[in-house]
Each structure stands twice: as C-alpha cells, then as structure tokens.
Design a binder for this molecule. Sequence first.
Ligand SMILES: NC(=O)c1ccc[n+]([C@@H]2O[C@H](COP(=O)([O-])OP(=O)(O)OC[C@H]3O[C@@H](n4cnc5c(N)ncnc54)[C@H](OP(=O)(O)O)[C@@H]3O)[C@@H](O)[C@H]2O)c1
Length: 288
Amino acid sequence: MPRVKGRPPGTVPIELALVGFGHVGRRFARLLDERRDALARDHGLAPRIVGIATGRHGAAFDPRGLDVARALALVESGGRLDALHDRRSGPPPRTGLGLIAQHARHRRPAVARVVVETTTLDVRRGRPAIDHVRAGLRSGAHVITANKGPAALAYRPLRALAESAGRAFLFEGAVMDGIPIFNLVRHTLPAVRVVGFRGVINATTNHILTAMEAGQPYDEALAAMQAAGIAEADPSLDVDGWDAAAKTATSSRRRSRACGSSESRRPTRRSTWTAGTARQRRRRSPMS
Ligand SMILES: NC(=O)c1ccc[n+]([C@@H]2O[C@H](COP(=O)([O-])OP(=O)(O)OC[C@H]3O[C@@H](n4cnc5c(N)ncnc54)[C@H](OP(=O)(O)O)[C@@H]3O)[C@@H](O)[C@H]2O)c1
C-alpha cells in the first residue's frame, strides 16, 4: 500500500484527512486501498489520504499523499506518525484541529477535501468529535464521521452549518456500521413517519447476550468483543447502554425537533441488563 502516485485519467481527486486512526480509521484506510481500482472504475473517484491525526500516536500531513502502509505499521507497533510528516508543510499538526487547519491551508483548486472523523466516543459531551466536524465544515471540507456524538448531540447546528457551507455532513457508519438506516429512511421512505423501532443496536451487547444465552460467562463474551476491536474504548458505554442511547438519539426524528439549536440534549434514559440481571432473571424464570 505505497503512497499513491498520480491518478487514473478522468477520475476526480479527493484528499482525505483522517482524524482518529483506531480500529475504524485503520480498517477504513485498508478498505480504501483494497477498493482503489473499483472506486476509479465504477465511480470515477481517486481518493488519497494526505493527513492522519491521533490522540497518542502523533499526526502527519503530506499534500503528496501519505504512505498509508507505513502509517498502519507505525501505529500498530506503538510508534508515532510524526516521522511521516512532510516538513515543507510546516511543523506536524499536534491535534485533529491542527490537521484540519493544515489541510485547509494546502487546499488545491478542483480537489475535494474530506475530513473522516473516527475519534473515541464521548457520549456526554460529544467532544472533541463535534469540534472536528465543525472545524472541517468551516474549512470548506466535507465531513464524514462514525462517531455518534456529533449527530446525537449537535445534529441541527452541524446540519445547518453544512448546508450553509454547501458541504456534506454524513454519519451513516455511526449506527449499525454498514447497514444504511439513515439513507434507507431519507431516500426510500420519504412519505413514511417512523414512530419507533426495536432491536439490539449495539454489536457488543448483541454478542454478549447471545454468548450468555449459550452459557458463556459475561466477562469472556465482553473480552472477545474487545479483542475484535468492536467494543468501545470504554466498554461501559456498550454494556451500560450509553452507545445504544446515543444511537437512539442519533436515529430519532424527535431528537431533531426537540434539540432545537442547542447542544444540550443528552441521551440519559436507559436501563441496563448485565450479568447480575441475567442471573436474577434466570432464578425468577428458570424455564426461560
Ligand atoms: N469499532 C466499531 O465497531 C465501531 C463501529 C461504528 C462506529 N464506531 C465509532 O467510531 C469511533 C472510533 O471507534 P474505534 O473502534 O476506531 O475506536 P478506537 O480504536 O479507540 O480509536 C479511536 C481513535 O481516535 C483517536 N483519538 C482519540 N482522541 C483523539 C483526539 N482528541 N484527537 C485525535 N484523535 C483522537 C485515537 O488515537 P490514539 O489511539 O492514538 O489515542 C484512535 O486513533 C467511535 O466513536 C466509535 O463509537 C465504532
């Protein structure tokens, strides 16, 4: 996966700045490389990763495109990305906001810029993801985030900002990963009023419930999801229902009316079902 040199004729160049390079960001980078030919052939797109910012692994920007294979190897071996930074572009960015600003300073005509935001979820304040989305839109970039915070806690102001800037604010991956629930409602159910939904909307919880049903201890089931990179960095966000509450807020139309332009609405009403609850339920209802 070397640095991408040139682009196929007739394709549209897109420069990506990745803010967050954990399980999701790194998988996205690998997928982009695996699908490079199909993206050019079927969609006329030539994406190139020019910047990556992390929390503890440094950051790098290179307008010629980063060597993504080296970035993956560095981060996965606990190293820092600063070694990949192009010094002619200034000092390495120190934060996600720094990367977004540096990317904007190096904007090129007729090249779309996209900020891909995949930082750790902060379910109470949505930060720094909300700041990254806002800065990206203000800088004239399109923004895509897998983080639930921005859509759950600041949907209306961010959507308004995106509309006034003529840029996209997309968050389909924030809920149910590859399953297009927002696009399903937006594009294929325009006359339908969605009044509710039911389901297990947290993959970690879904796995734990299935595993516990089969007799596996709770701790082991949770550890498997942590090892697979699917549990949140703080797994209490999964098992205490915060992730599901944020997804519900993200998915709810009532949320967009009730939020107004404030960022103050918090997903707070939850009830949790953990190992203790499962034992209690089994004692109360041994046949179930
Ligand atoms: N994992 C999933 O299956 C999944 C599915 C859908 C949505 N999501 C959402 O996607 C997001 C990322 O999930 P993940 O599993 O990739 O998490 P992760 O593995 O913990 O990665 C988080 C990344 O964000 C970086 N980061 C943290 N704070 C930062 C900051 N202030 N500035 C810049 N970078 C920062 C971390 O850098 P360091 O490692 O250097 O600290 C790391 O690269 C979360 O919001 C999650 O809810 C996850």
